[in-house]
Design a protein around this ligand. Structure first.
Ligand SMILES: NC(=O)c1ccc[n+]([C@@H]2O[C@H](COP(=O)([O-])OP(=O)(O)OC[C@H]3O[C@@H](n4cnc5c(N)ncnc54)[C@H](O)[C@@H]3O)[C@@H](O)[C@H]2O)c1
Length: 250
């Protein structure tokens, strides 16, 4: 991570789903380093507690909360907790996601629904539940994590790609519905990123199609998220920030 100012996100309350590891943990580190009070939420409770403790050991304000993003009840509990702690939310990063690679012919309805339920419905529930607290927040901002497999097709990624295309549609509509409240909503569109989600990918995943010839480091996505949720992006809403090493230029 490049040197960052500890003030750009000073005292902003941030909730990051899928925050136990990977990009979500990196977002927590970056936003916390810029002064935010960070909540990491995930289903991986042990990893999440460890990650939050690591951030606290760096002097950051970080708390882990259990949240299955596909559960409306879990969202309500997280909302109650943040309401009690701070009475507002300034930053929501809908980052949690899963991948199961299979053809449409081989896909099961259960697996399809699980991918859509976590990747897309999870973000809907996040917005739906947190809008009242985001309204209380100041200059509030939401980032929804899509993927290059949203706007681009990829064999074996029907459910995943559909969920990530859906994130773009959700982002645009949310941006329109929340503009009058001063809440900005944007999508992050990562290319290949070195995280556990693609640890078992064969042939380096999208590296051969990526002009920069590598996967991103998580810190490169975190820098983009920090920009999008900061006041430096105050006139940016309803759009997509593509961080893909040039994948989509092909
Ligand atoms: N790594 C890549 O190449 C890549 C590329 C494009 C988009 N993305 C997206 O970036 C986001 C972050 O993924 P990552 O790369 O850090 O992978 P990751 O697997 O390290 O992180 C995903 C996190 O989401 C959590 N999660 C899964 N199901 C959940 C649920 N029901 N409720 C709460 N949390 C849940 C996981 O436990 C994990 O901590 C995902 O939405 C992913 O689809 C990743």
């Amino acid at each position: 991570m490049t040197d960052v100012s500890a003030t750009r996100l000073s005292n902003r309350i941030a909730l990051i789903t899928g925050g136990a590891r990977g990009q979500g943990a990196a977002h927590g580190l970056r936003l916390g380093s810029e002064g935010a009070i960070v909540y990491l939420a995930d289903v991986l409770d042990e990893d999440g507690e460890t990650t939050a403790a690591e951030l606290r050991a760096k002097g950051l304000d970080a708390t882990y909360l259990h949240l299955d993003v596909s559960s409306a009840d879990d969202w309500q509990a997280v909302r109650d907790r943040i309401q009690n702690d701070h009475g507002r939310l300034d930053i929501l990063v809908n980052n949690a996601g899963i991948v199961k690679v299979t053809t449409i012919e081989e896909e099961t309805l259960e697996a399809w629904n699980r991918t859509i339920g976590i990747n897309l419905t999870g973000a809907f529930l996040g917005l739906h539940t947190m809008i009242p607290l985001l309204r209380v927040g100041s200059n509030s901002a939401v980032v929804n994590t899509s993927s290059i497999f949203g706007p681009s097709g990829a064999v074996g990624y029907a459910a995943y790609g559909s969920s990530k295309s859906g994130m773009l549609g959700l982002t645009r509509t949310a941006a329109l519905e929340l503009a009058d409240d001063g809440i900005r909503v944007n999508a992050l569109v990562p290319g290949g990123v070195a995280t556990p989600i693609n640890a078992n990918e064969k042939s380096g995943g999208v590296i051969p199609e990526t002009p920069l010839g590598r996967r991103a480091d998580v810190s490169e996505l975190a820098a983009a998220v920090a920009f999008l949720v900061s006041d430096d992006a105050s006139f940016i809403t309803g759009t997509e920030l593509v961080v893909d090493g040039g994948f989509r230029t092909r």
